[in-house]
Design a binder for this molecule. Structure first.
Ligand code: SF4
Length: 277
């Protein structure tokens, strides 16, 4: 028989308050402390209901002492792991990339594997803009990662930059099937994303890589052979059109002209210009 005092129960919290019990003790001791806590709560409830006596039988005590320990609480749900390149919505650039990832504004969404929003520094002096993702880019979700991308990296480094210090993207963010040239309608559908990226990044210079990039940005019909090396302006930003690195892979002598165009860019940016490439 257990008598409950009228003045209320005072069960000491178990951490360090029960003499002889080490707070870091083994599991049986921890279980006993938990039982004491539970019993205290239960008795307090009974007392509030004006119950003054409780009969404790040997069977009850045995059941209490052999009761299985309460299962640990289930782990709190974790967010799914982020894959590399998967966007973090903490920045406006990532928010644009997230919208691109779900975009279905043109037919290119039907055949893409990954969208390719573009990547690089959030504070670039230079933005390089190409035509659209190829097979490697579509597989990886990154711009200019194939052979042409390797050549672009060499050009960037020859200009004195790390690839990560510039921004690299394309006019369309989804791969045209068989690497065909994107249609004017596809470019028009996709251009608002690039406009937003340019507005956020505010580069000092944009380099348009190839005829399609120039056409996509300026809706001009003039060919790249005529336009390359001539400064243009887009939204108040200086634009230098030059050949696409994929063209240089097919036509290596054109590297000289691209290097001349990049020298112009470096002069515009007030950077030292190596005379020979
Ligand atoms: S190419 Fe651009 S407009 Fe077309 S579906 Fe992809 S992101 Fe959208």
């Amino acid at each position: 028989m257990l008598l409950l005092p009228r003045g209320g129960l005072s069960m000491a919290p178990h951490s360090g308050m029960v003499s002889g019990m080490d707070p870091h003790a083994s599991q049986p001791a921890t279980r006993m402390l938990k039982l004491i806590d539970d019993l205290g709560e239960h008795l307090t409830l009974l007392q509030e209901q004006e119950v003054r006596t409780v009969e404790v039988t040997p069977e009850t005590l045995h059941a209490l002492s052999t009761a299985p320990a309460a299962a640990p609480p289930p782990p709190s749900p974790q967010p799914p792991p982020r894959h590399s390149g998967e966007p973090d919505l903490s920045s406006p650039l990532d928010a644009i990339a997230e919208r691109i990832a779900h975009c279905r504004l043109c037919g290119l969404c039907e055949t893409r594997n990954h969208t390719v929003p573009g990547q690089g520094s959030a504070h670039p002096e230079i933005m390089f803009i190409g035509e659209g993702p190829g097979a490697d880019e579509d597989r990886q979700g990154l711009a200019f990662v194939g052979r042409a991308g390797g050549l672009l990296t060499k050009i960037i480094e020859a200009m004195g930059y790390e690839r990560e210090a510039v921004w690299i993207g394309n006019i369309v963010k989804c791969r045209p099937p068989e690497n065909r040239v994107p249609t004017p309608e596809e470019m028009k559908s996709c251009l608002p994303y690039l406009r937003e990226q340019i507005a956020l990044l505010q580069p000092k210079v944009i380099v348009c890589l190839g005829a399609t990039a120039v056409k996509g940005l300026f809706e001009t019909k003039i060919g790249i052979t005529k336009l390359r090396g001539q400064w243009m302006t887009f939204e108040g930003i200086d634009v230098m059109p030059t050949y696409h690195p994929a063209y240089l892979l097919r036509n290596p002598p054109a590297k000289r002209e691209v290097w001349e165009d990049m020298q112009e860019v470096m002069r515009k940016l007030g950077r030292p210009v190596p005379e020979k490439k």
